[in-house]
Each structure stands twice: as structure tokens, then as C-alpha cells.
Design a protein around this ligand. Structure first.
Ligand code: ASP
Length: 312
């Protein structure tokens, strides 16, 4: 039997208690969507995109609808997809009016010679392809944004611009909600996909780890990985690339995730992150150094969808 596996994450950080059930539901539904595609004969790429789209549509997660806002109250989303066997990548950064950034990332991979399109250019490309205009900002995110800006203006905590990571340490719940998926399909292909609104109160124009191959998203024939957390540290330590390298050396997905995170944190001590992994044998792994990182997964050996809030 050809092994297969699907794992999704819904972001590293502290889970807001009142959103717990909704987060679990979205994570389970995302895996179920990938499995439905598989049962209809779909491949790893379609499975991964289907799962990420479900997560992007969840207003409690920080991707697509319900993405967090920049310091000037806008929504600038990043997403990427990578295919293991060919190492082809499609990614978008700073897109504002798209319902499913992961679909746009796929279009960049399939219809252009490029890896990453950003901002206005990415949106023009989207409109040419017929992606409709969509406003992903929810009322709840606007409310949170107003509260945070108010706090910042009152000087509590000290001005964020000096050290955004420290601000986020004080408010870890703000990080929660980036989404990602890694699939080994019955076609033997490994695909990793990640989608995010970035981090709350980021500067306009800031691009995180998500659309950067080897940082937030990476896949090779041996395995794939999707990361979440404060993107600056993930980019500086190439977290997902490290995990895939470990799988290339023969480590199973779980050990690869743990080892990559430990190594990355040694290089960048302020790293706050988590990642999910899948290896060629259809094993899944996940690790994080944040308080939590909800995941859901299913594999050829464990077909019913499992959910966990923290790594073992
Ligand atoms: N990694 C994302 C970023 O920095 C945020 C997150 O994972 O929550 O853009």
C-alpha cells in the first residue's frame, strides 16, 4: 500500500480559550477536506490546497478571512506552496483582497516563471486570472486592532517599534492562527503549504517567513515542512529547510521536527516557532517552543483524524 499522510497546523502561540473548539473544528475539517480530495482520486497538491483553503476560510485563524492587521489597520497576507519532487514553488506576499491566497500561490507556480509575487503586482495577476475582489477583514480583528493601538498609544507596553518580538512575548495570543499543511499523497508526492496574515501590528510592507522557501515552507522528495511563529526568527534560521535536511539524512518526521527546532533555536535564541513535518514513509511530526500549536492529522496507519494542542 502506498503510504499517505496529511497534517495541518493552526499557528503557534497561546490558544485563546474561547476559540478552542472552533480551532479544533477547523483543523479537523481541513484534514477531512484533504482526505475527501484523496478519495476522489486527487493528488497531494490538490489535497494540500483543499486543506489550507478550509483554514483560510475560518475567521478564528490568522490566514485569509480573519487575518490580523498591520499597524495601519490593513490586511497583508502571505502564502506559499512547494512541491517536493520538482521543488517548484509558488508564493505571494502582501496580498490584500484575496479570499484564498494559497490558490494564488498555486497560480504563481503553475502560470508564471516566478516563485514569488508581491503586493499590487500579485493582485493585478490575480484579477487577470479572474480571482474576485474579497475583503478578508473581520469586525473582530478590527476591534482587536483598535484595542491594541489604544494600548500602544497609552505606552503599555512600551513602543512596539523597538522590539516587536518582546511585545509579542507579552501577548502570545496575538501570534496564534497562521495555518499550514503538509501532505504525502497517494501519488507519492510531498507538498507543503502555508498561509498567514503575518503578525499583528506589523509594519506595512513587512514580509514574513511564510512565502520564503526554506523558512516557513519547504518540500523535497524526502519530506516537507510548514512553520509558524515569529517569522523574523524563522527566516534567520531557515527552520523548514533544516527539518527537511534531517529527513533527507533519514530521520523520521517527528525527530526531524524536534531537532530542526532545537538547532534553529541555538542559532537564533529568540526564536518562537513551531513546525509540522511529513516524511516519505508517511509519518508525521510536530514541534514548537511556544505554549501551544494545535495540529490535526491522519495517515495510512491512523486513518481517523487526530487532534493535539501540543507536541508530545
Ligand atoms: N509566521 C508568521 C509570520 O511571521 C506568523 C505566524 O506564524 O503566526 O508572518
Amino acid at each position: 500500500m502506498q503510504p499517505w499522510a496529511v497534517i495541518v497546523h493552526t499557528g503557534a502561540g497561546r490558544k485563546p480559550e474561547k476559540k478552542r473548539e472552533e480551532v479544533e473544528k477547523a483543523a479537523r475539517e481541513a484534514v477531512a477536506a484533504a482526505l475527501a480530495v484523496m478519495r476522489e482520486g486527487g493528488k497531494a497538491l490538490d489535497m494540500c490546497v483543499a486543506a489550507v483553503k478550509v483554514l483560510e476560510d475560518s475567521p478564528v485563524l490568522n490566514a485569509g478571512t480573519g487575518s490580523v492587521l498591520t499597524v495601519d489597520g490593513r490586511c497583508e497576507m502571505d502564502a506559499a506552496l512547494m512541491v517536493g519532487s520538482t521543488q517548484r514553488v509558488g508564493a505571494v506576499a502582501n496580498v490584500e483582497r484575496i479570499r484564498h491566497p494559497i490558490e494564488l500561490a498555486r497560480a504563481v507556480m503553475e502560470h508564471t516563471d516566478h516563485v514569488l509575487l508581491s503586493g499590487e503586482g500579485a493582485e493585478r495577476f490575480a484579477r487577470h486570472l479572474g480571482f474576485p475582489e474579497y475583503d478578508p477583514i473581520t469586525e473582530e480583528r478590527r476591534k482587536q486592532w483598535r484595542e491594541l493601538i489604544g494600548r500602544l498609544e497609552r505606552g503599555e507596553p512600551p513602543r512596539w517599534a523597538r522590539k516587536l518580538p518582546e511585545f509579542l512575548k507579552a501577548y502570545p495570543e496575538l501570534l496564534h492562527g497562521t495555518v499550514g499543511c503538509v501532505v504525502l499523497g497517494p501519488d507519492g508526492e510531498i507538498v507543503a503549504g502555508t498561509s498567514t496574515g503575518g503578525i499583528f501590528l506589523k509594519l506595512f510592507g513587512r514580509i514574513g517567513d511564510t512565502p520564503i522557501p526554506g523558512a516557513g515552507t519547504f518540500a523535497a522528495p524526502a519530506g516537507g515542512a510548514s512553520a509558524t511563529g515569529i517569522g523574523e526568527g524563522i527566516m534567520r534560521s531557515l527552520l523548514t529547510f533544516r527539518a527537511v535536511q534531517r529527513m533527507e539524512e533519514g530521520l523520521p518526521a517527528q525527530e526531524a521536527a524536534r531537532k530542526a527546532l532545537d538547532e534553529a533555536a541555538r542559532r537564533v535564541p529568540e526564536l518562537e516557532a513551531g513546525l509540522i513535518t511529513v516524511d516519505r514513509a508517511g509519518r508525521v511530526g510536530f514541534a514548537h517552543n511556544t505554549e501551544a500549536m494545535p495540529v490535526a492529522y491522519a495517515t495510512h496507519e491512523q486513518e481517523s483524524v487526530q487532534f493535539a494542542e501540543r507536541a508530545p
